[in-house]
Design a protein around this ligand. Structure first.
Ligand SMILES: Cc1cc2nc3c(=O)[nH]c(=O)nc-3n(C[C@H](O)[C@H](O)[C@H](O)COP(=O)(O)OP(=O)(O)OC[C@H]3O[C@@H](n4cnc5c(N)ncnc54)[C@H](O)[C@@H]3O)c2cc1C
Length: 410
């Protein structure tokens, strides 16, 4: 089967890999000069089925109001950039804040993320791929007793989902993350998920693209998908001015997917939710994090990636704006340096922003669209790295006429 994959982020490249393993003739198109140069470039590095949860939860409307007035808020709305797409997405998110919808969306996310983590483990064993990965779990850090006590609710959900966890006091946190002993802010404890992993998504995607290429996948870089068109339910594409036909197109353009999908009458409620990260070298191993820590107060994740640390977070509703706001950098630094004051004795910092392809219910579109040769693998939001291998395996199974092991209801 001739398969054309649109987009070479982590989602497009993993799809190409599995489709090639199944014997398809695969071409990947991307407007950038190489793999993972958009949102998959510098994310927070967590592979975290344990924390897979929709943003739209019953307590979010109340919290969002409070965040509007906070200096280091995890959610920022750029009111001067409000447009119909942002409003429609926001209303869709509010509709998903009921307890029933939250439970349904969470269960789909956890199923997909857990399957995906297992697929990643298999892939690592099969290909020996290295990407600064560690398998030491993740630690959600509580700075207040109130946060620690509130973990009881999350623990019930973890138990129901069969996810291993450890509730740790401060000494327990120091045991798994010794560098925290130097924290300058008071801490109370943490919730550790030993089954979670970490790793550099950019390194992974590039290494996997090379493996896929060796299996026969063709990559066309610096090549834009100009338009999609449809005739009789069959999609074709205009790519770099030339008309391209295929047995299957897989739309994996992340936040940009809706712009192409709507040209063939497929509505994808995916909004680009901007996030930021800083990457810096570690100069003192003992004073640095060993795995991922999630700072519950700032909603910021700090991850060890080899000899570097990546600090990521924040959600800004500002469309496709790419400006780097120094206030967001200060929030990331406020979180990480209060936990690990001496982790990096250098001023070297790579500050970055990316656009998470978010659906209102946080569940991605994975599978065939209403058009017979258009497949969707997009809208993975906050957890696209975590969900990539599983989503790609599901789409590859569909292309090969096999029943996927996980299906997402919509
Ligand atoms: C700050 C931050 C922290 C995050 N942390 C985590 C984390 O810890 N764990 C986790 O699991 N996830 C995390 N994420 C989310 C994750 O990074 C994304 O969900 C994931 O990278 C999306 O991958 P993608 O392949 O769908 O999109 P992208 O990586 O954006 O790839 C889409 C590709 O499509 C191409 N494209 C678009 N339009 C066209 C066109 N017209 N023609 C040709 N090519 C086109 C682009 O060039 C791009 O290469 C984070 C995101 C951010 C912003």
């Amino acid at each position: 089967m001739k398969v054309v994959i649109l987009g070479a982020g982590v989602v497009g490249v993993t799809t190409a890999y599995y489709a090639a393993c199944d014997g398809h003739d695969v071409t990947v198109i991307d407007r950038m000069s190489g793999p993972a140069l958009e949102t998959s470039f510098a994310n927070a590095g967590e592979i975290s089925p344990g924390y897979a949860a929709p943003w739209a939860s019953p307590d979010v409307p109340k919290k969002a109001l409070k965040w509007l007035f906070m200096e280091h808020a995890p959610l920022i709305v750029q009111f001067h950039k409000i447009n119909p797409a942002m409003v429609a997405w926001g209303l869709g998110m509010l509709r998903n804040c009921t307890p029933a919808r939250y439970a349904e969306n969470k269960s789909q996310m956890v199923r997909l993320a857990t399957y995906s983590r297992d697929m990643l483990r298999d892939l690592r064993a099969a290909e020996g791929i290295a990407y600064d990965h560690r398998t030491q779990g993740t630690l959600q850090l509580f700075r207040t007793q109130k946060q620690y006590d509130a973990a009881a609710r999350d623990i019930e959900v973890l138990k129901a989902g069969g996810i291993d966890f450890e509730l740790l006091d401060l000494a327990g946190c120091h045991g798994v993350e010794p560098g925290l002993a130097h924290a300058s802010d008071p801490l109370v404890g943490g919730l550790r998920l030993p089954g979670d992993e970490t790793g550099d998504c950019f390194k992974f995607t590039n290494a996997l693209a090379a493996i896929a290429e060796a299996k026969g996948v063709k990559f066309r870089w610096n090549t834009s998908v100009d338009a999609l068109s449809e005739s009789g339910g069959v999609v074709s594409a205009r790519i770099a001015g030339e008309r391209v036909e295929a047995d299957a197109f897989v739309l994996a353009c992340g936040s940009w997917s809706p712009l192409l999908a709507r040209q063939v009458g497929v509505h994808l409620p995916v909004y680009p939710v901007k996030g930021y990260s800083i990457t810096m070298p570690v100069t003192e191993d003992a004073l640095a994090p060993q795995s991922t820590l999630l700072d519950e107060t700032f909603k910021v994740a700090t991850t060890r990636l080899g000899d570097r640390v990546r600090v990521g977070g924040m959600a800004e509703l500002a469309g496709f704006d790419r400006s780097l706001n120094p206030k967001r950098q200060r929030t990331l630094e406020r979180s990480v340096f209060s936990l690990f004051p001496d982790l990096a004795k250098t001023e070297e910092r790579a500050f970055w922003c990316g656009h998470r392809p978010m659906t209102p219910n946080s569940v991605p579109f994975v599978g065939r669209s209403k058009l017979k040769n258009l497949w969707l693998n997009t809208g993975h939001g906050t957890l696209g790295w975590t969900m990539s291998c599983g989503s790609a395996r599901i789409v590859a199974d569909g292309l090969s006429g096999k029943t996927p092991q996980v299906s997402l209801e919509r």
